[in-house]
Design a protein around this ligand. Structure first.
Ligand code: MN3
Length: 275
């Protein structure tokens, strides 16, 4: 009797095991189908996605643009030393710009997020592409401070010591030539746009989803990823034209700063971003 019960139990265990194996197979097939469908849906979405939703940050070093495990955004590492861009950008300006200005944007962004628990854990791109739907109490802070954090994180990467700078080439250079006939024309137009920014802001080289380039300026810490900014696009290169970016060396002469900065533009990164 004991043996019989044991074998019944064993039989039950065996059939249960077989049943589970079968349903696991079914589930994994269902998972597979679901994942495949999602992958196809994802591809379709990716093709029709606006840069505003997507940011190119997958190819920029995005890690610092997500909050850490503690929910706070952090200052990303500067990819060179403070004096690496001398004499075009002086060491003191670089140090203050990075350790004081950029850090202050991050601190104030974190303070704003702390007041809006629903927004915690989102990447900076997610926040900037949905400013319109942020709570009114933190909307302007996240736009200004979050914009400041993204813009400076981008700016450090789009600069490089002159010894590392390579001239733009390939697809990016072709697109520049198509739009402005020559690199020199592009520089002239870019500097014109940068000097024309009234007060504080940024000048950008951006790409639309067809790869068409344009020069766009934004006031304050706005950028072309924001839903609230009319001119959208994927930033390929950008220059901070706030006085704090050049005042110690160039004083009030923004034009001279803009002339100098071409010596330290990281075209390798810009070409990576353009693809
Ligand atoms: Mn700045």
């Amino acid at each position: 009797m004991q043996n019989y019960l044991t074998s019944i139990a064993a039989y039950k265990a065996l059939t249960t095991k077989l049943y589970n194996m079968k349903s696991q197979q079914k589930n994994s097939r269902r998972d597979f189908i679901m994942k495949s469908t999602l992958a196809v849906a994802g591809t379709v979405t990716a093709l029709s996605i606006d840069w505003n939703d997507a940011l190119a940050v997958s190819s920029v070093d995005m890690a610092p643009l997500f909050p850490g495990d503690d929910g706070a955004f952090k200052l990303p590492p500067l990819p060179y030393s403070y004096n690496a861009l001398e004499p075009y950008i002086d060491a003191r300006t670089m140090e203050i710009h990075y350790t004081k200005h950029h850090q202050a944007y991050i601190d104030k962004l974190n303070a704003a997020i702390a007041k809006a628990p629903d927004q915690q854990g989102k990447s900076i791109e997610q926040l900037l592409s949905s400013i319109n739907s942020l709570p009114d109490a933190v909307k302007m802070q996240i736009r200004n401070q979050g914009g400041g954090h993204w813009n400076h994180s981008f700016f450090w990467q789009i600069l490089a010591p002159k010894s590392d700078v390579v001239a733009p080439s390939g697809r990016l250079m072709e697109a520049i030539a198509q739009q402005w006939q020559s690199f020199d024309n592009f520089k002239t137009e870019f500097n014109k746009a940068g000097t024309g920014v009234f007060g504080s802001g940024w000048a950008w080289l951006v790409s639309d989803k067809n790869g068409k380039l344009s020069i766009i300026t934004t006031p304050n810490q706005d950028n072309t990823l924001m839903d609230v900014v009319a001119d959208k696009g994927k930033p390929i290169m950008g220059v901070d034209v706030w006085e704090h970016a050049y005042y110690l060396k160039h004083q009030n002469k923004r034009g001279e700063y803009l002339d100098d900065i071409w010596n330290v533009i990281n075209w390798k990164k810009a070409m990576e971003l353009y693809g």
